[in-house]
Ligand binder design. Structure first.
Ligand code: GLC
Length: 789
């Protein structure tokens, strides 16, 4: 398509490339990230994911030279070679090939026979993806693994599968044949023996990914419109790729602490007496809870930004009563605005021309919950700020967060036609280009509006997303089902979302559609306890899914898992702080931490919570034990306290109320005492669990809700430990003291060391021992602690 190279020109960070039939450029984003672009749709990139100014773009030196007909662009870390036909090969600085364009054409495997006979019975005919206007083929060596791509179904490693990016609301059970779900995150990580790298195809049109399915000699990505616009992101470690990708597309900002607590939801929590009853039951059953979500039932005829006066006569009073119980309200807001003359929002938007139109400029109408509805054009700034301003209506009623749903956008009377028109910030575009970023832009508006109206860190949850939505919103995986299969699926889904930049994600715990069994609920809560977002949610008409809806055993096991989550909230909060700084999500596949251990490359039924807690949940009915792979190092079995050698597979016992958990030797783990909700009472005493070994840990403390930490109003503690001949040496240090309301004391609980004497900065201090463990209380300022066994 491109023909021979005709010349080049260096222009700032870009090297402009001429070809016989077309032009493009390679942009040096930083020494490890390069951007490949050809203006097939717009002269310049118009990214919704990569905002400018952008911290990933660094001023860096690079060298351009030409020899043997190829153009070489070299940074300190990469050598990019460009050939005729716009072939691009990327090597590391030592010249080792990392990512090479495939020189042959597509050569899919053969599909034999006439499939129409099978279609007669209702089978879906398998078809090979046709050719696309843009196709980038990369050579495979054989050992590659692929991760990322957002919320896709299937295993953790996407090798051998094909996917599409087209935000899709499909309520049928999410199985491996779904090529697309609600989110379009056109980014994946390739892990090879020598190095890992990421490819981010920043094209919002429908895009296609085949990761070595049709031919094991290459993988490809493509699109039928938009620009050739992709970033190569070098590792060499998987973690480096995620960190650099999130520098480019943005990171999940530190959320308010309460948002990490338990959320309870159900489609049909109405009227308000039912909401209060649910809240009281949580308290009565000693179950921690921070938020109840109100689904579409609270609205007046599903009109967004309204309340049903009969069922919710005084929302401000309801939210105040719940607030007194420590429970916040999150309300759903869908994009579809009811077409209804006299309804203020509809009229206002219509008058201002804020809705998407058909090709003739007539407001486009489709149907969602309220019946005939119109679609706000979030691609245009005035509409985003109008929508942002409306968040105040909800916040004034005491609402603490907004749940954006149906923003693929969903529609009940057929898909939105391709030619639906959007203003797109001054560069009109049709639905094909806006569809995948619609939910992203709605989340952005919601985030901005909440921040403006509340001054606090916004809590937004969205179903549809594009690359970069993590800056604005947490996500959940949409309408799963109460199936064991979907509990299993949620683990690779959340791990891949994390690798795709979405640090704050969760799924409907217990499953949305269908009836959850008590055992499934327990096993799901045991996974949910470690998901960054925890929400038990189910559909209208399903059996009750609250923890007390079954039997005592279920309730007890549920409570146990939730109490563990609440105890670990300071740890989860630290992990979110880490995500804000590095882009690394709390819930991690083992391959992220142990990329050089091939045994873990395909593990999708175990995960790491942070770097040092290994969770191996039960995801099959009736199972009371399972195989667990422990990576290298030493691990404490949380159930037995036993110290286990890693680098091998063990058999774990898991009675119903136990989720096998292993804590790495050397871990310093902050914890809080039991609370019914975040903020129930001030924490004066931080608990610090010490699992002997060598290790370091940074702990963050602030007010948990405002942006004041960005001005230095936070405390940062540095904890470290090392084994000594006598026992254990611990160092607790308050590195930054900017939050005056912090802990006064730290209760140190050392596992597996029964001390005979303990000193703090050389002075003997009081301590207690029991069952081979040692506990002592030290001032939050810390010091040097020596435990002598
Ligand atoms: C969609 C959402 C689901 C919600 C329902 C009603 O199906 O995914 O969570 O309960 O709409 O609003």
């Amino acid at each position: 398509m491109w023909g021979k190279r005709t010349g080049y020109e260096k222009e700032g960070r870009r090297v402009k490339l001429g070809f016989e039939s077309g032009e493009g450029w390679i942009e040096v984003v930083n020494p490890r990230v390069v951007h490949v672009f050809a203006p097939l749709h717009t002269p310049e990139p118009k990214s919704r994911a990569v905002e400018q100014p952008n911290p990933a773009f660094e001023d860096c030196e690079y060298r351009v030279s030409e020899r043997d007909g190829q153009l070489e662009i070299a940074t300190d870390e990469l050598v990019v070679r460009v050939y005729d036909h716009f072939y691009v090969d990327i090597h590391d600085a030592a010249g080792t090939p990392i990512c090479l364009d495939y020189r042959g054409g597509r050569d899919p495997f053969l599909r034999r026979g006439n499939v129409s006979i099978a279609e007669g019975e209702g089978h879906e005919a398998m078809r090979t993806s046709g050719h696309h206007k843009i196709e980038v083929l990369k050579a495979m060596e054989g050992g590659e693994k692929f991760y990322g791509l957002g919320d896709k179904t299937g295993p953790l490693n996407k090798r051998g599968y094909e996917y599409e990016m087209w935000n899709t609301d499909d309520p049928s059970p999410h199985v491996e044949s779904h090529k697309a779900l609600y989110k379009s995150i056109p980014f994946f990580i390739t892990l090879k023996e020598r190095a890992a790298y990421g490819l981010f195809f920043d094209n919002p049109f429908k895009t296609f990914f085949d990761l070595g399915k049709e031919n094991s000699a290459y993988y490809y990505f493509g699109a039928d419109d938009g620009n050739l616009d992709y970033y190569f992101i070098y590792g060499p470690e998987v973690k480096d790729v995620v960190t650099r990708y999130t520098a480019l597309t943005g990171r999940t900002p530190l959320p308010q602490l309460w948002t990490l607590g338990a959320h309870q939801s159900r489609w049909s929590y109405a009227p308000e007496s039912r909401v209060l009853e649910v809240a009281e039951k949580f308290r009565e059953h000693d179950l921690p809870l921070d938020a109840i979500h109100l689904d579409i039932d609270y609205m007046d005829g599903y009109r967004v930004f309204t309340w049903d006066n009969e069922r919710f006569p005084d929302p401000a009073e309801l939210t105040a009563r719940l607030r007194d119980m420590g429970i916040k309200i999150v309300t759903i807001i869908d994009p579809g605005v009811k077409k209804d003359k006299g309804y203020r929002i509809y009229d206002e938007g219509l008058e201002k021309g804020y809705y998407a139109t058909d090709k003739d400029g007539v407001t486009y109408v489709n149907s969602v919950w309220p019946g005939d509805s119109v679609y706000p054009d979030f691609s245009d700034e005035p509409v985003r700020s109008w929508w942002a301003d409306h968040q105040k209506i909800m916040l004034d009623a005491g609402v603490a967060g907004i749940w954006n749903d149906m923003n693929e956008p969903a529609s009940f009377t057929g898909p939105l036609p391709d030619d639906v028109q959007f203003k797109n910030d001054g560069r009109p575009a049709d639905h094909r280009e806006i569809h995948n970023v619609y939910g992203h832009l709605m989340s952005q508006a919601t985030f901005d509006g909440i921040r403006e109206a509340s001054g606090k860190r916004p809590f937004v949850i969205t179903r549809a997303a594009y690359a970069g939505t993590q800056k604005y919103s947490t996500v959940w995986t949409g309408d799963n089902q109460s199936f064991w299969e979907h509990l299993r699926l949620s683990i690779p889904q959340l791990m891949n979302l994390g690798l795709s930049g979405f640090a704050f994600s969760g799924c409907d715990v217990g499953g949305f559609s269908h009836d959850c069994t008590p055992e499934l609920l327990v096993r799901w809560v045991q996974v949910g306890a470690f998901s960054p977002l925890f929400r038990n949610h189910t559909a209208i008409g399903t059996r009750d899914q609250e923890p007390w809806a079954y039997d005592e055993e279920t309730l007890d096991a549920y409570r146990k898992a939730m109490k563990l989550r609440y105890r670990l909230l300071p740890y989860l909060y630290d992990l979110m702080r880490e995500a804000e700084n590095t882009g690394i999500a709390p819930l991690r596949p083992l391959v992220l931490e142990y990329p050089h251990d091939e045994q873990v490359h395909e593990i999708d039924d175990q995960f790491l919570f942070g770097s040092r807690i290994l969770v191996a949940p039960i995801v099959e009915q009736g199972k009371r034990h399972r195989a667990v792979y422990l990576p290298e190092g030493k691990w404490y079995d949380d159930r037995t306290g036993e110290l286990l050698e890693g680098g091998r597979t063990i058999l774990a016992e898991a009675p119903l109320d136990v989720c096998p958990i292993y804590v790495q030797a050397g871990t310093l783990l902050p914890a809080y005492p039991d609370r019914k909700y975040v903020g129930e009472r001030k924490i004066d005493e931080l608990l610090l669990y010490v699992y002997p070994g060598s290790g370091e840990y940074t702990h963050f403390e602030d007010d948990g809700e405002s942006f004041a930490y960005r001005d230095g109003d936070y405390n940062e503690y540095r904890f470290s430990q090392a084994e000594t001949e006598q026992g254990l040496a611990l160092r607790l240090e308050k590195r930054h003291a900017g939050y005056a309301d912090g802990y006064t004391m730290i209760r140190v609980a050392v596992h597996g060391v029964e001390a005979a004497s303990v000193t703090l900065d050389g002075q003997p201090v009081e301590f207690e021992t029991a069952d081979g463990n040692t506990e002592l209380l030290v001032p939050a300022e810390g010091g040097e602690i020596l435990l002598n066994a």
